[in-house]
Structures are given as C-alpha cells and as structure tokens.
Design a protein around this ligand. Structure first.
Ligand SMILES: [Zn+2]
Length: 120
C-alpha cells in the first residue's frame, strides 16, 4: 500500500545533511512523514506530474516504435514505483526512474530519453 504521507509539524523537523546539485551543503531541517517515516524531499528540483512523463512517452513514440501495450505497462510500472509521489521524489529521481522503466520495456538509448526530457 502506498502511503498518503502526513507531514510532521515544523517543530519536529530533523536536522540532516542535504544535497544540492549533487554536493553536500551542510545540515538542514527536514520534514518527514509521521506514518512511514519518509523524509520529505526538499530539493529545489520540484517533481513533475505523471502526465508530463506520459506526454514524453508519446513524443518518443513518434521517433521509436512503442506499442500501446508497452505504453500501458510503462505507465503502470511508473505508478507502481511512485513516480507521482511528490513527497518523496524530486525531478532528478523521477527522471532516473523514468529512464530505467522505459529501457526495461523498450530498446532505447539514454541519449534519446535525455533529449526528450530536456525542457524545450
Ligand atoms: Zn508516508
């Protein structure tokens, strides 16, 4: 079961190291979920909605053959792995997950995926 995430209060924040642009930038108070203990992702790289990734699949589909069944399996897997969990995911994590899942179902290179994930 996926957790709906209930944030702890501001006073309960825990001080932990945080990373920004791949480098550690000291300690920062983090919010966490009272139910599952997951830390809230406070990266500046805000997650995108799942619809964004579904559009990217459609776009890639114009370049590389992706069947309807594959698209459905990819979407299901992305949902199962919580790509729309905007509490625990940031954009970077979403893109990694998206790349992994896509490559599992479709014969596609990182280069093609990267090109389509880039902001236009
Ligand atoms: Zn939770």
């Amino acid at each position: 079961m996926r957790c709906n995430h209930k944030s702890c209060g501001d006073k309960e924040r825990v001080w932990l190291p945080y990373e920004y642009m791949g480098r550690e930038r000291g300690l920062k108070p983090h919010l966490f979920c009272k139910d599952c203990g997951l830390l809230k992702n406070e990266s500046s790289e805000k997650p995108r909605r799942i619809g964004y990734y579904i559009n990217v699949i459609a776009e890639i589909g114009r370049e590389i053959k992706i069947t309807k069944v594959q698209t459905r399996l990819i979407c299901k897997e992305l949902e199962r792995q919580g790509i729309d969990d905007n509490y625990g995911m940031d954009k970077h994590m979403q893109e990694n997950l998206f790349t992994d899942v896509l490559k599992h179902y479709v014969n596609i290179s990182d280069e093609v995926i990267c090109r389509h994930l880039k902001p236009k």
